[in-house]
Design a protein. Structure first.
Length: 164
């Protein structure tokens, strides 16, 4: 079967990512960016080092403890996101961020003082803020976007089947 498309090199442009933000959400996005980054940085800390930290604090080699510290953060975050879904985005964002920072500070203080129970309490408290904080930021941003925005596409990124 002969080739039906002539090579013009236009495909190279489709490989270059194009990220844009609508003008009406740029300010809010930049204001919320530190909160979202801090939230996921804490989650990254716990996912990567949480099991090692709890093993060192508790002087235990039990891998279940490592899993439980991750559940303490993420499980609490998921439950709190559900429990606070009726909150306004602002209340969820500010209340969640307060819990997140307080819990994170408590966990880091417990880590420095080698206090395992306090570390777990701080982790649960940070998790209680994780869900509402991220949910509030996300709901704030989605509420600012155009209500019925259609996805944009360009001829370079559209696939159309051709008939033989």
């Amino acid at each position: 079967m002969p080739e039906t498309v002539t090579a013009d090199g236009a495909w190279r442009g489709s490989l270059r990512p194009q990220v844009t933000l609508p003008p009406q959400v740029r300010g809010a996005y930049l204001a919320l960016l530190p909160s979202v980054v801090a939230t996921w940085a804490l989650a990254g800390f716990y996912l990567s080092l949480g099991p090692t930290v709890i093993a060192a604090l508790s002087h235990s080699t039990d891998h279940l403890l490592g899993g439980l510290v991750i559940v303490a953060l993420n499980g609490t975050g998921a439950v709190m996101a559900l429990l606070t879904r009726a909150w306004s985005p602002e209340r969820a964002l500010y209340g969640g961020s307060t819990l997140l920072v307080t819990g994170g500070a408590l966990a880091m203080t417990a880590l420095a003082a080698q206090l395992t129970p306090l570390f777990v309490i701080g982790t649960v408290l940070a998790g209680a803020g994780f869900g509402p904080s991220f949910s509030g930021a996300l709901r704030t941003l989605t509420g600012l976007g155009p209500q019925h925005a259609a996805p944009r596409s360009s001829p370079r990124s559209t696939w159309r089947p051709t008939s033989g």
